[in-house]
Design a protein around this ligand. Structure first.
Ligand SMILES: *[C@@H]1O[C@H](CO)[C@@H](O)[C@H](O)[C@H]1NC(C)=O
Length: 392
């Protein structure tokens, strides 16, 4: 999109925290390429609140508002000046809205997770691939996948900086209080989807492993538990993972930490290899902005006695990167990074679903992905099995 294309009209469907705090600032950075033409929320009140924020952040006037108690979603989707929508609705409300938007001829960027379960994701992906793929773009917004800092860590490994990978560990141990603004989102307080915050937040961590590790995850065994009743159904998983190339590692997530100091101490990801190791952590730069810091330790000497470190600091910009990539793809300038591919986002849901249900048993992620979990329903089971992806 070398030239200005402010005629690329978009709408935001959903008026929650993330739309306000992440999508609007990203759209402000991208205002040379796109213009927000409308916002939709179920209630008129929240749509109007988001519109107000959008007007001040983006310098717009009289943004069109759609809600179920006035002009609804169908009216918005009938507008020919809106080419694409960003969907940021409650997790279980998203698939129907994604289908509606595609049916109305809109390109879609929908927030992670791709769906609440592997089975629901299969159905949605099958519908997209059968009817719209090649004509309309549907991407899943997974900002950790798009985060340049994680991609840089993955590239360092693929470039051989730590040699052949041996093992890894990812820990995200958080304290989530009832007073948290995220907890107070009604659909998050009492989730109607598996795993609660472990799905909602955990797919981000699974995406980090997907971007960083050179070989895809194939097996998982673990345990899940509930430690703080208000976080039901579960708030903690401890699991072990294996990759196709034999690499093994651990994947531990909890929102039941007694104190933030625990996460400050132990959060992060390490990958060890035959010639060194690296650590990925969240940090702040001198200006106080969030960065992803990868510290690479290159080991040499006959007994590994020499260690040389290299630090890669990258400013956090996942949301802007994923939206920009989506907009460029719409105008035929795909960056080729493969961001937001629904089948890839599906893998993150599979990792979490496996960890929630393993109960110590070995779960083959491939068989979970080949739709073994799809319940026989009114439509035949086979209809929702994804054909194997062609070798690239
Ligand atoms: C640790 O990770 C958890 C889970 O991703 C997150 O909620 C929490 O904010 C993190 N804590 C710190 C201090 O980074």
């Amino acid at each position: 999109m070398a030239s200005h294309n402010p005629s690329l009209g978009i709408a935001i469907l959903g008026a929650g925290l993330f739309a306000k705090e992440a999508h609007l600032p990203a759209l402000a950075d991208l205002r040379d390429f796109t213009v927000l033409r409308a916002v939709y929320s179920r209630s008129k009140k929240s749509a109007a609140e988001l519109a107000k924020d959008a007007e001040s952040i983006l310098g717009l006037k009289d943004l069109a508002i759609y809600s179920e108690d006035s002009e609804g979603l169908d009216v918005l989707l009938a507008r020919s000046d809106i080419k694409a929508v960003i969907v940021a609705l409650p997790i279980t409300a998203q698939p129907d809205v994604i289908r509606k938007a595609l049916a109305a001829g809109k390109h879609v960027l929908s927030e992670k997770p791709v769906a609440a379960t592997v089975a629901d994701a299969h159905k949605l992906i099958a519908d997209y691939e059968a009817s719209y793929k090649g004509k309309l773009i549907w991407r899943v917004a997974e900002n950790f996948e798009a985060e340049p800092g994680y991609r840089a860590a993955g590239k360092a490994i693929r470039d051989g900086k730590i040699g052949k990978v041996i093992g890894f560990g990812l820990r995200g141990i958080g304290k989530l209080d009832q007073s948290s603004k995220w907890y107070k989102t009604p659909w998050r307080t009492i989730p109607d989807y598996q795993g609660g915050f472990l799905l909602d937040g955990g797919v981000h961590s699974a995406a980090v492993l997907r971007v960083v590790l050179p070989s895809p995850l194939t097996h998982l065994s673990g345990f899940a538990s509930l430690n703080k009743d208000y976080l039901a159904p579960q708030d903690t998983i401890f699991s072990i993972l294996k990759c196709a190339d034999g690499t093994q590692g651990s994947f531990d997530l909890s929102f039941a930490s007694p104190a933030n100091s625990l996460g400050e101490k132990v959060n992060g990801t390490f990958v060890s290899g035959e010639k060194g190791w690296l650590q990925i952590e969240n940090a702040k730069n001198d200006a106080g902005k969030g960065i992803i810091r990868t510290t690479i330790h290159k080991v040499s000497g006959t007994e590994g006695e020499h260690e040389e470190t290299e630090v890669i600091d990258v400013l956090g910009s996942g949301v802007r990167s994923e939206i920009q990539s989506f907009l460029f793809a719409i105008v035929g300038e795909d960056d080729g990074l493969g961001l937001g591919e629904p089948r890839e986002a599906l893998k993150d849901v599979a990792v979490i679903q496996a960890a929630l249900n393993s109960n110590g048993n070995l779960v083959e992620l491939a068989s979970l992905l080949e739709c073994h979990s799809v319940q026989p329903g009114p439509q035949s089971k086979l209809q929702y099995c994804l054909p194997p992806r062609k070798a690239d």
